[in-house]
Design a protein around this ligand. Structure first.
Ligand SMILES: [Zn+2]
Ligand SMILES: [Zn+2]
Length: 134
């Protein structure tokens, strides 16, 4: 899906826009995402780095290294996740679907790390499932 989408954190200090192609919509069931976001799984948009821009409040972002490859950037006022980057997937920014104003427009295309999926989770029927990453 291509377009202009806006989003931000819960307290409203950090705002961003996505202007360009959404490359993928992913549910990640890995244990890292579970811990850092607190949900059973985490839903993300994957967009080219150049399509993603923090339009306000970048001074409120804190970067946290989730692993030696992956970083999470979150609002240090409200704690909401804003974007992730991973050295394994260079050139793309991973944006939490729930922080988009237009969250309901996006449907998951893939579920990854299904081997770590909690037993009661029911993936979206049209989503392609991977036991590990892609
Ligand atoms: Zn905030
Ligand atoms: Zn994950």
């Amino acid at each position: 899906m291509k377009g202009l989408f806006n989003g931000g954190c819960h307290c409203g200090k950090v705002n961003f826009k996505i202007d360009g192609q959404v490359l993928n919509v992913v549910n990640c069931h890995c244990s890292i995402c579970r811990r850092v976001n607190g949900g059973a799984y985490s839903s993300y948009l994957v967009v080219p780095d150049q399509a993603f821009e923090v339009t306000g409040g970048s001074e409120f972002l804190t970067r946290y290294a989730m692993s030696d490859k992956a970083e999470k950037n979150f609002c240090n006022i409200c704690g909401a996740p804003v974007f992730n980057r991973n050295k394994l997937y260079s050139g793309v920014t991973v944006v939490p679907l729930g922080c988009l104003n237009e969250a309901a427009k996006f449907f998951p295309k893939v579920d990854v790390f299904c081997e770590d999926m909690l037993p009661w989770v029911m993936p979206w029927r049209e989503s392609k499932r991977y036991e590990k990453g892609m």
